[in-house]
Design a protein around this ligand. Sequence first.
Ligand code: EPU
Length: 423
Amino acid sequence: MDKIVIKGGKKLKGEVTISGAKNAVLPIMAAALLAEGTSRIEGIPSLQDVGTMVKLLRVLGAKVNLFDHAVEINAGNGLKSIAPYHLVSTMRASVCVLGPLLARLGRAEVSLPGGCVIGSRPIDLHLKGLASLGAEITIEHGYVKARAKKGLHRADIYLGGSYGSSVLATANVMMAAVLARGTTYIENAACEPELVDLADFLNKMGARINGHGSHLIQIEGVDKLMGTHHSIIPDRIEAGTFMVAGAMIRGSDVTVRNCNPEHNHALLDKLKQAGVAVTKTADSVRIRRNGLLKPVEVTTLPYPGFPTDLQAQIMALATVTPGISVITEKIYPDRFIHVSELNRMGSKVFLEGSSAIVHGVKHLSGAPVMASDLRASAALILAGLAAEGKTEVHRVYHLDRGYERIEEKLSALGASIGREKED
Ligand code: EPU
């Protein structure tokens, strides 16, 4: 296993190019199961999770060719309906094959994803939506077994849960409804840009989806879908992580290229409030940090609110911001495992229910820390960039699930950072 070693205090300067969005590519690869022909998808980031999805699609009988930043998927004949535990348990997004398999085969058996370090992550909304479309669903031996002997049919589906809309439940129901009889409406649908990318991909395959990007999605069912070509949108969470990196150290000047600034409105608004200079073009954001930072209040919410996937990173920034910042988590109320590791580096973060009260400190102090999930890993790296001395981030396999060569990209910006083998 590897660790990331950082010597903190270096100003970041230069340009960084953002990769394709992990959370768009995973459902889109699953959606390729819906077509009878071959789909070619470009802009594929080189990530562990993409590798897991490739394995899963192959286990399901699809032919998958992975190229440098592109993939071709053909799910023509001989599709199998079982997504096994050993793959679903390593990546929750595997649950995205449920809708496509059900639509294509009339049956699917997908292992229940189970617990997750960022909190309880039920899939009741996925199941409710698919049941409304006519699937009979049982849970047996740790698997969701879904059957639609007479095929799927239209429905009006309200997909809101206790924490608002659900990204992958919307994706699953949308992917099932494209081949259902009649016109389905999803109310309280998630509006995340990754879902818009998924709907665009499905429409290129011949689906008839309208309203994606709003809370009401209309899906007119069609008889079949064909393979297509598609290019994945840039990863707004990777982009946001580099934007925060550019704000961590006074004197930094970072241009984040190949991003869509509109997808990062909520973060950029907070960075401006914090006193960071932000300059946007259509596909880049320049971040300049000169003076002292000002504290912020952040509440995570479904898109276009502040993303939960940037909560840990903005907290890393708040730890070195004079004054008191308050960060409230409304998507995953327990997603705070990074707090105790940040505090090992000298930060002063106190948890109060689902809020973190962050008293900014003058200096963080480099330390060995343990990454517990993907975004927490990124936050610890950001903290390490600003800390005095050496930080070692252990268990970086979490990082490799969702960031393509982050240490190389940071190093090109001037950070002293590298990957080493664990002793
Ligand atoms: N929820 C339910 N029932 C469900 C589904 C979700 O109650 O059936 C709850 C969740 O527990 C949570 C809220 O609804 O409180 C929102 O969860 P959502 O379903 O939107 O999450 P997801 O679709 O499973 C995706 C991303 C996550 C990201 C969340 C929220 C992918 C592959 N994953 O997960 O990304 O945090 O949306 O934006 O798209 C990450 O990339 O690090 C990551 C965890």
